[in-house]
Design a protein around this ligand. Structure first.
Ligand code: HEC
Length: 152
């Protein structure tokens, strides 16, 4: 509750402050992950990889939360954020399947942390932190959706 109020207060501050207006995690984003396996612990790699339902949920969530900076359906048409369909490009060039898996899992961890903590460089928020808005399960649906867009 306190966290919620804080988020609202921050959102209010942010919308009245032109400098920060664009970099706030939208507190109204709601991602319904019911029907997906409940996560045990806090996995550092994607527990929903290849799960079609998770990818569907992730697509809707992505278009609500991420599209304004990373493009609708992750198709980047000059938005400020990088093209997220290319995140695993270097991993795909690895021929050893075990090493390739490690590479993708490393990106999973990077993805989770990037989304939870956002991107702040020398005090400037390039991407807001989503940890108070999106559950880890919701974040993994985003990653699962993006994996269906690889190379497109
Ligand atoms: C306000 C704009 C904005 C929003 C909203 C936003 N991002 Fe970003 N995102 C950025 C920018 C800009 C960067 C690059 C920042 C940097 O590297 O300094 C970035 C970087 C990332 C990265 C790191 C990519 C890499 O290869 O380094 C990931 C992953 C990411 N965003 C995922 C997401 C997801 C998922 C969402 C939705 C929950 C989201 N972003 C919402 C602007 C945004």
């Amino acid at each position: 509750m306190a966290a919620r109020l804080l988020t609202c207060a921050f959102a209010l501050f942010a919308t009245t402050s032109p400098l920060h207006a664009v970099e706030v995690a939208d507190p109204n984003v709601k991602v319904d992950t019911s029907g997906l396996a409940t996560l045990s612990g806090n996995p550092a790699s994607n527990p929903y990889r290849g799960n079609a339902r998770a990818a569907d949920i992730g697509r809707t969530a992505f278009n609500q939360a991420c599209a304004r900076c990373h493009g609708i359906d992750a198709v980047n048409k000059g938005q400020v954020g990088p093209d997220l369909t290319k995140m695993d490009r270097a991993c795909r060039r690895i021929t050893d399947p075990a090493v390739q898996r490690l590479c993708v899992e490393d990106n999973d961890d990077f993805f989770l942390k990037s989304v939870q903590q956002g991107k702040v460089r020398v005090g400037v928020v390039h991407m807001p932190a989503w940890q108070d808005v999106l559950s880890p399960a919701a974040i993994w649906t985003l990653r699962t959706f993006l994996e269906t867009r690889r190379g497109q």
